[in-house]
Design a protein around this ligand. Structure first.
Ligand code: ZN
Length: 329
């Protein structure tokens, strides 16, 4: 069950969810609670606040869309903690905020207000400064993402984005990532890239199978020799330009993250400690490289195992019903 509470402005009628998703939870009547009222007031006319167990969602989207978002966010929370509590993820100290727009225009206006030039993850982003995730229902994808997502229907992309941004937000809110620390691109996007369900109820996370379209993209990149050499890849700062752009970064980061998380768990915990020693103001790509090798050992020693892992992902992609390789979960 997913208890949702609605917060409406005075005089506004509470609304009912579409029957098809009523099973997600029951709604209680609107009641006033200061932070939610402030949030609704900040966003202005047409916005309402819906509370799930761990989020306040302020949105001008349809009730059905908000309820779907709430369901995906709560599933992302549960899946994230299942996988990260053993690595030290601390419980949330309050509800997280999600701003969900019905239109891309709404999101773009809000992004400008936050002073963010562009959204790196297509139609959604996590803003570290405001600690909010920002999503949008509109389905058009920016040109640079089309090659990555072309085979995915709109609803698939929407739920993927929701959980992906939630993973970024949860990583910081739980202390797995910390403000004021720098992170390499493979770590930040590789983590979030493993939290991307195709549907409201679809499996996702590091303990579910890898995304089939990502596996196909990975196989093509590998066949064309377009993957970034590991030594270079692990040193790329988050947000840096990368040859091949998002089409290379996302599939390779998700695969590398999955590989190390599933096959090198103990070293992965060491790596988190190494990253925690770095500081945003002074970090250089060299430092990322050193943090990586301090935890996982020399890249050239890791390379054969990484290549074998890519082979196994490729085999899984070619025959998704084949028995999955041990440790590939
Ligand atoms: Zn991301």
């Amino acid at each position: 069950m997913l208890p949702l509470r609605l917060f409406s402005k005075p005089g506004q009628k509470s609304f009912a969810l579409a029957a098809s998703i009523a099973a997600l939870g029951s709604l209680s009547p609107a009641t006033a609670q200061e932070p939610s009222a402030e949030l609704a007031a900040e966003m202005g006319a047409g916005f309402r606040v819906v509370e799930s167990d761990h989020w306040r969602i302020v949105s001008d989207a349809s009730p059905r869309s908000i309820a779907e978002t709430a369901a995906v966010l709560e599933r992302a929370h549960d899946q994230f903690y299942r996988e990260w509590r053993p690595l030290g993820a601390a419980a949330l100290r309050g509800k997280l905020t999600c701003v969900q727009f019905a239109t891309a225009e709404g999101l773009a206006g809000y992004r400008e207000k936050l002073g963010i030039a562009s959204a790196p993850d297509g139609r959604g982003f996590y803003s570290l400064e405001s600690r909010r995730i920002v999503l949008c229902d509109e389905d058009r994808e920016p040109a640079e993402m089309v090659r990555v997502t072309a085979r995915r229907p709109g609803a698939t992309r929407k739920h993927s984005r929701t959980a992906h941004e939630a993973a970024h937000q949860l990583a910081f809110a739980s202390g797995i990532q910390r403000e004021g620390r720098p992170y390499p691109a493979w770590f930040a996007e590789g983590m979030a890239g493993n939290y991307e369900p195709a549907t409201v109820t679809g499996a996702f996370g590091l303990s579910a199978s890898a995304r089939p379209d990502r596996l196909r993209a990975l196989a093509v990149l590998r066949a064309n020799d377009d993957l970034v050499p590991l030594a270079e890849f692990v040193a790329l700062p988050h947000g840096a330009e990368i040859a091949g752009g998002a089409q290379v970064l996302y599939p390779q980061a998700a695969a590398l993250f999955r590989f190390l998380f599933s096959e090198r768990r103990k070293e992965f915990a060491d790596y988190l400690a190494e990253l925690d020693k770095l500081r945003l103001a002074t970090a250089k790509p060299d430092h990322f490289h050193r943090a990586f090798t301090a935890a996982f050992g020399a890249i050239e020693d890791l390379e054969p195992e990484w290549q074998a892992y890519l082979d196994s992902l490729q085999a899984e992609s070619a025959n998704p019903r084949s028995k999955r390789r041990r440790g590939l979960f």
